[in-house]
Ligand binder design. Structure first.
Ligand code: PGA
Length: 266
């Protein structure tokens, strides 16, 4: 298992031509970077075109949401079978920008369950909108995670990746990202919840990422001091050069998952 860097392009760019350019530039830029896994999640409409590009062992495609339904009368939704046809193997689920549109913890949990059942990898986003001195953010994140734990079978937990994205830190400048000591505490808390419920062996396979104003300037600190296994990158992932620098920097940090011990099941 390697650290993971995920690009969330959100509703960008506006043309397939630009999408292809960023995608191929990222692919070329990370060609020689070893020891890190990269996933690019464009708007689904660009998938058919991007899927035509030659596959790269280091980089896969994902989507930014996925229906929990197989098929049918679900206006505007996208089924797992549709995206699998275009080689997308990851799905960002429960992003705060989708939760803001009304997705509940239970809806997100069903999406995670369905995604795993269909053989895709879910990237479950959790994170509070605000913090207070009583630590309400811990309770909030725990409820988001427990809704998912409630529907997943024990054997499926290790297929999960969690992205901790405090809503207040999204879409800002590098200096507004979460400070690494606070991130370290939350990453530890998420890991503790996993360990308490499933034991160390299973919990160790769940990567915990951070998202929220990650840039090439702050990523080293975030990953090294924040104790996470990678990052989810929004706006900085639309600039191929900047994103490739983020990937290179993550590859340069010794993380919990990068020494190969987990990969070998030690
Ligand atoms: P940002 O977005 O990097 O632009 O803050 C991150 C996200 O929302 O996934």
């Amino acid at each position: 298992m390697f650290p993971l860097v995920v690009a969330n392009w959100k509703m960008n760019p506006l043309s397939v031509r630009e999408a292809k350019k960023v995608y191929t530039d990222i692919k070329a830029g990370i060609r020689t970077i070893k020891g890190v896994e990269v996933v690019v999640c464009p708007p689904v409409i660009f998938l058919p075109e991007l899927a035509k590009e030659k596959r790269s062992v280091r980089m896969t495609l994902g989507v930014q949401d996925l229906s929990s339904e197989e098929q049918g009368a679900y206006t505007g939704q996208i089924a797992s079978a549709m995206v699998l046809e275009y080689k997308a193997t990851w799905a960002i689920l429960g992003h705060s920008e989708r939760r803001a549109l009304g997705e509940t913890n239970e809806v997100v949990a069903q999406k995670v369950l369905h995604t795993i059942q269909k053989g895709l990898s879910p990237l479950l986003c959790v994170g509070e909108s605000e913090r207070n001195d009583e630590g309400a953010h811990y309770t909030f994140v725990r409820a988001q995670l427990e809704a998912v734990f409630a529907v997943l079978k024990r054997k499926d937990i290790e297929k999960l990746t969690v992205a901790y994205e405090p809503v207040w830190a999204i879409g800002k400048h590098a200096e507004d990202a979460m400070q690494s000591p606070q991130l370290f505490e939350m990453a530890l808390y998420i890991r503790k919840l996993l360990i308490e419920r499933y034991g160390r062996k299973i919990a160790d396979h769940v990567r915990v990422l951070y998202g929220g104003s990650v840039k090439s300037d702050n990523v080293t600190d975030i990953v090294r001091e924040g104790g996470v296994d990678g990052v989810l990158v929004g706006s900085a992932s639309l600039n191929a050069q900047e994103f490739c620098t983020v990937v290179a920097k993550v590859a340069g940090v010794q993380t919990r998952v990068s020494n190969g011990a987990l990969r070998m099941g030690v």
